[in-house]
Design a protein around this ligand. Sequence first.
Ligand SMILES: Cc1cc2nc3c(=O)[nH]c(=O)nc-3n(C[C@H](O)[C@H](O)[C@H](O)COP(=O)(O)OP(=O)(O)OC[C@H]3O[C@@H](n4cnc5c(N)ncnc54)[C@H](O)[C@@H]3O)c2cc1C
Length: 538
Amino acid sequence: MRWWGWGREDRRVLLTPELAGLLHNALGLDGALRVPVAFGDVTLGDAVLQPRARQRLEEAVGGAAWVRSDPAARILHSGGKSYVELVHMRAGVPYGAPDAVVFPASHEEVGAVLSICSAERVAVVPFGGGTSIVGGLAPIPGAQHAVISLDLSRLTGVLAVDAASLTISVAAGTRGPALEAALAEHDLTLGHYPDSFEFASIGGCAATRSVGQASSGYGRIDQAIEGVRIATPIGELAAAALPASAAGPALRELIVGSEGVLGVITGLLLRVRTRPARHRYEGVVFDTFAGAADALRIAVQDRATPDVVRLSDELQTSLLLAAGESNGRRAPLGRHGLRSRVGVLVIVGWEGQRDSVERRRLHTMTLLRRGGGTPIGVAAGRAWAASRFATPYVRDELLGRGVLVDQFETASTWTGLEPLRAAVVAALVESLTARGTPPLIGTQISHIYDTGASLTFTVLARALEGQEESQWRAAKEAASAAIVRAGATISHHHGIGRDHADWAAAELGELGVSSLRALKDHLDPVGVMNPGKLIPAT
Ligand SMILES: Cc1cc2nc3c(=O)[nH]c(=O)nc-3n(C[C@H](O)[C@H](O)[C@H](O)COP(=O)(O)OP(=O)(O)OC[C@H]3O[C@@H](n4cnc5c(N)ncnc54)[C@H](O)[C@@H]3O)c2cc1C
């Protein structure tokens, strides 16, 4: 993973001249290219882990090689991939860095590390794929004297497959591509493809309740989790892995989404499916976002949900057109009628066995047509599929051109969706325009439910050089306040982390927050687990 941005070192996704021109004009960019500082110029504070704590940790994980404090390890674990974290990183001044990075190789080693850290008063930040965009990986020591990053990259692999029950047991550090490759050998799939799929770990996905691009059909990660094993500072907590149970409240639900503040998820029992024989993705154009949303509502409520749903508003649709395909070829959308009309694009897709794909597609498309949609064929779907993991690479290019670029998401009922969208857009426009940087704001529905849908906002503005953080923070505050006022969720899938912690109280309620805090105090009495995340400060 690039230390100053996203993705594989050997991959870059260049902006098309059309997109670069559009952004240059709309945002008033100066055309200059900004490059990150040299790796050697990144500033790090001294590592303060006490020698006794280090020695005990080395003994617990198999030697000094697995407890690293070299600059490379500390820089690569100094945070996640949010806009502000990348701005700081590119300038060579990360928010902070862990004093050491520890690499356990088993559940038992994780348990030993947590108990040593509690005794030695060292904070622990679990590190899966390192893709958090809400500050979930910020190395905050809290009340402890030092902080380690607990890298789970040695805890990998599919441990067991039950083909008859369609379940698998998997180690938490396993990343998306490795998991799907292992499942392919058994003709199975999890079908969980977040935009961060290339790097996100399955434990990190469970810890943040992530969603994938096909989650409207496959379900969110929480719906795929049958059992979970977690190491806490006071021992192991394993929620029973059964198809159903009436044995009280589901403990599993307390662990999923706990973002490392209670302990470390070391293994999961997941529901999987037979690998699809057929994938079909295609485009449908509507006149308006609200009209398309209504057609999708009718489809989901009539049990005609496609597996993939990506409804882009007018602005996002025009950005998609301008962006072309990620691999440098032009997107074929224009040839299929989209360019010639004002409208919004929905990508819909189905995965499964041949007959069921055709049957389900027919049902959905009938309803979408009836709702005013015009199908534009599979070329649009193929263009989406070819570039489905390219957006994070595009963000790096935008950062290099001095663009403030952020994405955040919420969800609401169908009734509340349009007022929510209008309120958040207005809040962002007001905040950014007040600083002389009027933004472009795109919205997307990417997950639909019987009762409502997610809304993702893409914010683009000219970054105020040297004031990027305060500019972003003001806009983020304004948007979060609008979300909370509208009664929507502060996060549909990126989680709470550090950046949303102060807003979580509005959603959880006072008693909800104090109940969570009581559970944390019980499982983590010294307070070493991921300080400053998820649970609002008192
Ligand atoms: C470009 C980009 C695109 C993204 N797209 C999506 C998307 O489409 N859908 C989506 O849901 N999210 C998305 N995300 C957010 C992020 O990738 C997901 O939240 C993902 O679930 C995080 O997985 P990870 O392994 O990288 O976790 P990390 O970033 O390593 O950790 C996330 C949080 O969970 C904790 N944690 C990690 N592993 C464990 C564990 N085993 N036990 C306990 N706590 C743990 C960490 O301490 C941290 O607080 C995106 C992020 C980026 C940068």
